[in-house]
Design a binder for this molecule. Structure first.
Ligand code: IPM
Ligand code: MG
Length: 350
């Protein structure tokens, strides 16, 4: 039997609720399929843990995490810790420390879910977000704090290595999809250095993929395609910040942020990859038992796929879709079901 070691980091807010739901579903799936086993270890790293200990990740924590096959992550962010502290304390050290440079964000309107778009059934996208540099490089500084002369810089960093590898990843992924179509998103009209380099390297890499049709669209214009011509897009590659914004739009157009999954991949598998729902900690609904676990289930399916358990990954996806088709929905999708009801329904479908 294949066995995988999973590090579960539920983190903050509804992260705790949805990771518990996700592990339950994975458990049922594993006992049904019998081909694989998950050995799950819990890590208590959260904002509460930070307020008690002064750090999110204890000394040696990343070293320990490195020995796992995958990381199943909930959310980080709490009302009593500044967001930039929690982000740079937990999620980014893992993404950047483990070189998880490819962030993959599929968007699709699942059966039984209503898109706010008239032609939402055409949404079938995968957004590939550069996940290691760009606008999230953390480069910059502040001086003369609080004075009228105060100044701050926030520098985006783009490297040839970083740009070439995300484009290559995007072309490879586009090749696995039926449409074989890749959209390059930048803002190379206004941002004439890093973004122009993004465009140039894209077309260099494209030479190795003559079977992939490409289009180049500016980031502002691509939002109008997403809303008005969803069929124009298939696979999309964009920078860290641009894809962050586009993927929220994609999730909303697919019906809810509560269904959107993501994979932070180290494609070379030198480090474990990390799988998380994109919705965040959502303190407004924490503890109410109504968080939508679908994003986490879909995320779990992506994790299984990455681990090579293709059949089980597909089976889980089918079970999720069987449940959404029956409109067993949490309130974010206009329903009245609780996290538990949706979770039980997916377990039953499995
Ligand atoms: C996401 C989130 C994060 C991001 C936040 C929580 C910092 O919005 O994963 O899309 O911007 O990376
Ligand atoms: Mg985001």
């Amino acid at each position: 039997m294949r066995s995988f070691r999973i590090a579960a980091i539920p983190g903050d807010g509804i992260g705790i609720e949805v990771i518990a739901a996700g592990l339950k579903v994975l458990d049922v799936l594993a006992s049904r399929d019998k081909g694989f086993r998950l050995e799950v270890e819990h890590f208590p790293w959260s904002s509460e843990y930070y307020l008690k200990h002064g750090h999110y990740i204890p000394e040696g924590g990343l070293e320990k995490l490195k020995t796992f096959d995958a990381i199943f992550f909930g959310a980080v962010g709490a009302p009593n810790v500044p967001d930039h502290v929690s982000l740079w304390g937990l999620r980014l050290p893992i993404c950047q420390g483990f070189d998880q440079y490819a962030n993959v964000r599929p968007a699709r309107v699942l059966p039984g879910i209503t898109s706010p778009l008239r032609n939402g059934e055409h949404i079938d996208w995968v957004i590939i977000r550069e996940n290691s540099e760009g606008e999230y490089s953390g480069s910059g500084g502040r001086a003369h704090r609080g004075l009228p002369e105060e100044v701050a810089t926030e520098t985006s960093i783009f490297t040839r290595t970083g740009v070439a590898r995300i484009h290559r990843y995007a072309f490879e992924l586009a090749r696995t999809r039926p449409r074989k179509h890749l959209t390059l998103v930048t803002k190379s009209n206004a941002q004439r250095h890093g973004m122009v380099m993004w465009d140039e390297i894209f077309y260099e890499v494209a030479k190795d993929y003559p079977d992939i049709e490409t289009q180049r669209v500016l980031v502002d214009a691509v939002t109008t395609q997403m809303v008005g011509k969803p069929h124009a897009l298939d696979t999309v590659v964009a920078t860290n910040l641009h894809a962050d914004i586009l993927s929220d739009l994609a999730a909303a157009l697919s019906g809810s942020l509560g269904i959107a999954p993501t994979a932070n991949l180290n494609p070379e598998r030198k480090f474990p990859s990390m799988f998380e729902p994109i919705h965040g900690s959502a303190f407004d609904i924490t503890g109410k038992g109504i968080a939508n676990p679908v994003a986490t289930f879909w995320t779990a399916s992506m994790m299984l796929e990455h681990l090579g358990e293709r059949e089980s990954a597909a089976r889980l996806m089918k079970a999720i879709e069987a449940v959404t088709a029956k409109r067993i929905h949490t309130p974010d999708l206009g329903g009245e079901a609780t996290t538990e009801i949706v979770t039980e329904a997916v377990c039953d479908a499995l």
